[in-house]
Design a binder for this molecule. Structure first.
Ligand SMILES: C[S@@+](CC[C@H](N)C(=O)[O-])C[C@H]1O[C@@H](n2cnc3c(N)ncnc32)[C@H](O)[C@@H]1O
Length: 336
């Protein structure tokens, strides 16, 4: 191999080995609100330090870190401006990744710190389980970061779903474990006849309805508080389950799916997850990153065969599997 290739490979490896700093620096930029503070133009490190209420030298070094990542532009006189990439980290921008960045620098950071234990034992190493979810969602700060992170991705995926799936025969769409219900936005925007509701833990109700009102869906979505480990209420002819089954082990998934089956009657269940291929390569980085993340909390990403088996045990049958939005799959199922 030529010297230049060896050098490039080595540099690529160094980037992988040291990748953790980027998660933290981006997350701290988001936590201090740097990207929002720069919305109306460049500011000096000094004025940003005053606006945030932190040490000037510390913030200047953070700003330089964000600049070398291409998220800010370092201008003369220690001024910093947003780049187009950094603008995606503003809280209110369409397609924002602000919540996602906070989620990775917070909860995910802690999860990955203990992943060695999960590799050794195959068990969760981070705080997890039904009660843990209840406590995260009851804590306003943690809940806001988590639910915005989920909503940022689900808004995009819901719009892709609306383009690839025919909702004309459905009257009421329920997002089970729907969080802020961002997945409903695309289908409801594209199908004026559709009504929607969210079934999730009671503590999210106000924030979810506020989010949907900001998305222009005032009055079209109801919020039903409850636990899918207790039951799933009837009344919707289509249930959505996105990023729910991957949170849990097979036994917990079976409980959720059996409750969905009871609620479904003649309706259909749409599961949205990333499916693990039988053999993986570099193109599967997203699904495998998801699987490792889920390993730390006792969940998993599954293969197509895993889904056939799990749904079969719950008395459901898969009618088809469609690709949506690149790496996601839509698994359509009915009562067997
Ligand atoms: C990974 S998030 C997915 C959120 C949403 N489906 C999405 O993809 O954007 C898991 C969701 O399950 C909800 N959840 C956790 N335990 C629950 C329970 N026992 N009953 C109902 N929802 C629950 C959480 O509150 C959270 O909104």
């Amino acid at each position: 191999m030529a010297t230049a290739d060896v050098r490039a490979d080595r540099d690529a490896l160094v980037e992988m080995i040291t990748g953790a700093w980027k998660t933290r620096v981006i997350g701290e930029g988001v936590r201090f609100g740097i990207f929002d503070l720069l919305t109306n133009g460049a500011k000096s490190a000094d004025s940003l330090a005053k606006a945030v209420g932190v040490d000037e030298d510390g913030i200047k070094r953070l700003l330089r870190g964000l600049a070398v990542l291409g998220l800010l532009r370092h201008e003369p006189d220690d001024c910093f401006a947003l780049t187009p990439l950094g603008a995606c980290l503003r809280r209110e921008t369409p397609d924002s990744l602000n919540g996602f960045a906070g989620h990775w620098a917070g909860r995910m950071w802690e999860s990955f710190a203990g992943i060695g234990h999960s590799f050794q034992t195959g068990e969760a190493s981070a705080p997890s389980g039904p009660e843990h979810f209840v406590s995260v969602q009851a804590d306003p700060a943690q809940s806001d970061v988590f639910n915005r992170a989920m909503a940022e991705g689900s808004l995009r995926i819901g719009r892709a779903l609306a383009k690839s799936y025919d909702f004309s025969g459905i009257a009421r769409l329920r997002d089970v474990g729907g969080g802020y219900g961002a997945l409903l936005v695309g289908p409801l925007e594209a199908n004026p006849h559709l009504a929607g509701d969210i079934y999730d833990l009671p503590s999210l109700a106000d924030n979810a309805l506020r989010y949907l009102s900001e998305q222009g869906l005032d009055g079209r979505v109801d919020y039903l508080g409850g636990s899918f480990f207790d039951h799933v209420p009837p009344g919707a002819d289509c249930l959505l389950l996105k990023y729910i089954l991957h949170d849990w082990n097979d036994a917990k998934c079976l409980t959720i799916l059996q409750h969905c089956r009871v609620a479904l009657g003649k309706g259909r269940l749409l599961i949205i997850e990333r499916i693990v291929p039988d053999t993986v390569s570099e193109k599967d980085v997203e699904v495998i990153r998801g699987d490792l993340t889920m390993l730390t909390v006792g969940g998993k990403e599954r293969t197509e065969a895993d889904y056939h088996s799990l749904l079969g045990q719950a008395g459901l049958v898969i009618s088809r599997i469609l690709p949506i939005d690149g790496v996601f799959s839509l698994i359509e199922a009915r009562v067997a």
